[in-house]
Unconditional design. Structure first.
Length: 168
């Protein structure tokens, strides 16, 4: 009798543990892990495991000279992914902010993270949240790769500084 109770208890505990493990794995599959980035503000960013990079992998500085290949890709992306619907580069605010000279007022990694993980940034980053509040429209997640995000920023720098290049 006592052995039967012990066996039944073990079966129940094992079943419960398997159930909890299943729920955990199922939830992990629908909600990728979240990391915290420490800086001026603490930023929580959800990590999409389809592309493997870490915060340390992100370039830290704006390009001094935009890469022409990335500029071409960035221009294509800006025009085909809907960026132009909400943003201009030097023509004033639309639904979202004008991006001219964003490289002079924002950190490069911050801009990359906003492009790569807009949902997390708008939820956990105070500046991104303030922009959301100001413009009232969420920046959509375009599911950009790191290269595509960099290309968009190279294009924005290129367009922002084209007057400077013409006078040289």
């Amino acid at each position: 009798m006592r052995l039967r109770r012990i066996f039944t208890t073990l079966v129940i505990i094992t079943a419960a543990a398997l159930g909890i493990l299943y729920l955990f794995l199922d939830r992990l599959a629908e909600n990728p892990r979240v990391i915290e980035l420490k800086g001026e503000d603490t930023v929580r960013v959800s990590v999409d495991t389809s592309e493997r990079w870490t915060y340390g992998d992100l370039p830290g500085e704006w390009p001094s000279e935009p890469d022409p290949e990335l500029v071409a890709l960035g221009k294509e992306l800006f025009n085909t992914r809907g960026c132009r619907v909400c943003h201009t580069i030097g023509e004033g605010d639309l639904v979202g902010p004008d991006l001219k000279n964003v490289h002079r007022i924002r950190d490069y990694r911050w801009a990359l993270l906003l492009l790569l993980r807009p949902d997390s940034m708008q939820q956990y980053d105070s500046l991104a949240h303030a922009l959301l509040k100001k413009y009232g429209v969420r920046m959509p997640d375009q599911r950009l790769s790191l290269r595509e995000a960099e290309a968009l920023l190279h294009y924005v720098v290129w367009e922002s500084t084209k007057g400077n290049r013409a006078t040289k």
